[in-house]
Design a protein around this ligand. Structure first.
Ligand code: ZN
Ligand code: ZN
Length: 246
């Protein structure tokens, strides 16, 4: 079997700083794409994974929101060719046959989707390793064409933080005439503000830090409520009650 060596930043022993570690990606299956990782976000769950991982799962390479360039494709891949820009998130495989998978909700796969790292590959049983590495190999249907107009560095976090809040906005059909409250202006929150604003909704940010007011307004929030100020929270309650009575 031909394998594809690559180097990642790995935690080799619990609590140790990350260090370069050379490991092998699988040889391409007919429906695989090999992606040269260009950019990968740093997600809070990467940090949590590194802090909580069992010794038995080490070495561990994290990273599950990345953009890159296709290096090579498997024999039956028709959607991508070498050189294409792609983006990949936190799911690299799923059962493909359950109700959720067939509806395009592979992240809700009844059997459980395969995560980009700390998962077990469904076919070879080997642990998956993340994208803080030179190359990743994924099933073609879990790579997404990256539009040329999107900056690949800025687009990488859209594959985790971005899609997490986007899904909620879509679920509630957020658009003009709707009001959205965003609790916390962190990695997910700031993207929620920008998406909701771009969709035409009125956006209120709830934050415990008064110091984030200017940043929230600059990102497009219509209103900022400092949630540790009880007067401001009470005023919101009255506003919502009035809104409901209408
Ligand atoms: Zn993430
Ligand atoms: Zn499934």
């Amino acid at each position: 079997m031909v394998v594809r060596p690559t180097t990642g930043m790995a935690m080799v022993r619990r609590g140790a700083p990350l260090e370069p570690w050379t490991f092998e990606r699988r040889d391409l299956r007919p429906d695989d794409v090999a992606v040269e990782v260009l950019w990968c976000g740093v997600c809070a769950s990467d940090v949590a994974a590194l802090q909580g991982v069992d010794e038995a799962r080490l070495p561990l390479v994290v990273g599950h929101e990345f953009t890159g360039r296709v290096r090579e494709v498997g024999d039956s891949v028709t959607w991508f060719a070498a050189g294409d820009l792609v983006a990949v998130g936190n799911v690299v495989d799923s059962c493909g046959v359950c109700e959720e998978c067939r509806a395009g909700f592979e992240n809700y796969c009844r059997v459980g989707p395969t995560p980009t790292y700390l998962g077990t590959d469904r076919r070879d049983g080997l642990p998956t390793q993340g994208a803080w590495s030179g190359e990743h190999v994924v099933r073609d249907r879990f790579a997404h064409a990256l539009p040329a107009a999107l900056d690949p560095a800025a687009a990488a976090p859209l594959m985790c933080a971005g899609i997490t809040v986007w899904e909620a906005l879509q679920h509630w059909s957020v658009g003009p005439g709707r009001s959205v409250g965003v609790v916390g202006l962190g990695g997910l929150g700031h993207l929620a503000v920008r998406f909701a604003r771009a969709l035409g909704a009125r956006v209120t940010v709830f934050t415990t830090s008064a110091g984030k007011r200017e940043a929230a307004l600059a990102l497009g929030a219509d209103e900022v409520v400092v949630s540790s100020e009880s007067d401001q929270m009470r005023a919101q309650g009255r506003l919502r009650a009035r809104h409901r009575r209408r």
